[in-house]
Design a protein around this ligand. Structure first.
Ligand code: PDD
Length: 287
């Protein structure tokens, strides 16, 4: 069965799906995106992802390519046509196609692409049993990382650096020595006193949808929690560390810059948050 992508109103075979050479996403990274997890045939937290997409579009004065309700239908249809029961659905909106000029073109329709792909069921859960390693790297991104734009070159370079060091994620560190977030995830620690800590989302990070849902989980489980910045040193001496994202949900971190976290094994808080996540997250049936 061929993979199918949605491109500007049409469902096309993946191999033939293409955007125009003067799409502004391609030329200027003038676009935004979302990634939602699909688990057991349900799209996870779709309303929160579409709320954040709405915010990203508004911040950049890009219009909706289609009505939000229609976009929901397209997401579900792409998941259905690709028979994805476990995997990811990706949506990208760019300012549109226009001859190359830095300022906003007039009368141009935003361009919409939606793709979906399968991820073997349980592969992330398996990975969580061993955990991942992270390396730290200076945060050299622009000031508006709260907008989920497709301008991800610093993230690409940071994650490549991690890969070359035998790690699976990079943690960005700001000028004050504070961890901001991962290359494609939010960063968390559990202090020696058992307090969960993650950086406030007001500045320096993307407000992760998984992060937001995890805060609901934290409240439900009655865990001790502080929203504050933390240093690399504090993370290295923490009881636990982990990342959150739509692609990993909760993934224990077992080493930072080659230094094991606690006993070098996934922590129990991270694993219990992971288990509780799906009970709390909102699930939308794909078809
Ligand atoms: N990235 N921070 C950054 C920089 C991210 O790119 C992401 C997600 C997150 C977590 O957000 P959420 O919980 O909504 O997935 C935080 C996606 C998964 C990606 O680019 O593939």
């Amino acid at each position: 069965m061929p993979r199918i992508a949605y491109v500007n109103g049409r469902y096309l075979r993946h191999a033939e799906a293409a955007v125009h050479v003067e799409d502004r996403g391609y030329q200027f990274a003038d676009g935004v995106y979302e990634v939602c997890e699909v688990a057991r045939g349900y799209i996870i937290d779709m309303p929160r992802h579409l709320d954040r997409l709405a915010r990203s579009l508004k911040e950049l004065s890009i219009g909706w390519p289609v009505h939000r309700n229609v976009l929901e239908l397209i997401l579900r249809e792409v998941v259905r046509r690709n028979r994805v029961t476990d995997g990811l659905v990706y949506v990208q909106v760019t300012r549109g196609v226009a001859s190359r000029d830095f300022t906003f073109p007039e009368g141009v329709r935003p361009a919409l692409v939606v793709t979906a792909r399968k991820v073997p069921a349980g592969s992330q859960a398996k990975r969580a049993e061993t955990g991942i390693k992270v390396v730290t790297t200076p945060d050299n991104r622009w000031d508006r990382v709260d907008i989920k734009t497709v301008g991800l070159l610093p993230n690409v370079l940071a994650k490549q650096k991690a890969k070359e060091a035998g790690a699976q994620e990079a943690w960005f560190v700001d000028g004050d020595g504070m961890v901001t977030e991962g290359g494609s995830s939010n960063a968390w620690i559990v202090t020696r006193d058992g307090v969960l800590v993650t950086r406030p989302a007001e500045h320096g990070i993307l407000r992760g949808v998984t992060r937001t849902t995890l805060l609901d989980v934290v409240a439900k489980l009655g865990l001790k929690f502080e929203e504050r910045r933390f240093t690399v040193e504090e993370a290295k001496s923490a009881r636990e560390a982990f990342i959150s994202s739509a692609t990993t949900i909760v993934m224990p971190v077992i080493a930072i810059d080659g230094q094991p976290i606690a006993n070098g094994h996934p922590g129990s808080v991270a694993l219990s948050l992971r288990r509780a996540f799906f009970d709390v997250a909102e699930k939308t049936k794909a078809c």
